[in-house]
Design a protein around this ligand. Structure first.
Ligand SMILES: [Zn+2]
Length: 61
């Protein structure tokens, strides 16, 4: 197996983009570090834009 390196010298994980299996895909790809579900953007392209959630920072309590 050859390792492809991008222009920054980082190895590229070149999984074929055709690996998506619509019948097996649940629409979610696990959770991120904060425990939020990661949507499969191939199944749920409307979730491609991260929602801007006001987290209350700067709020006067
Ligand atoms: Zn999917």
């Amino acid at each position: 197996m050859t390792t492809t390196i991008d222009r920054y010298g980082e190895p590229i994980n070149d999984d074929p983009p055709t690996a998506h299996d619509a019948e097996r895909c649940s629409g979610w790809r696990g959770e991120d570090f904060d425990g939020r579900p990661i949507p499969c953007l191939l199944c749920r392209p409307h979730l491609a834009h991260t929602a801007k959630v006001y987290d209350g920072a700067g709020m006067i309590r």
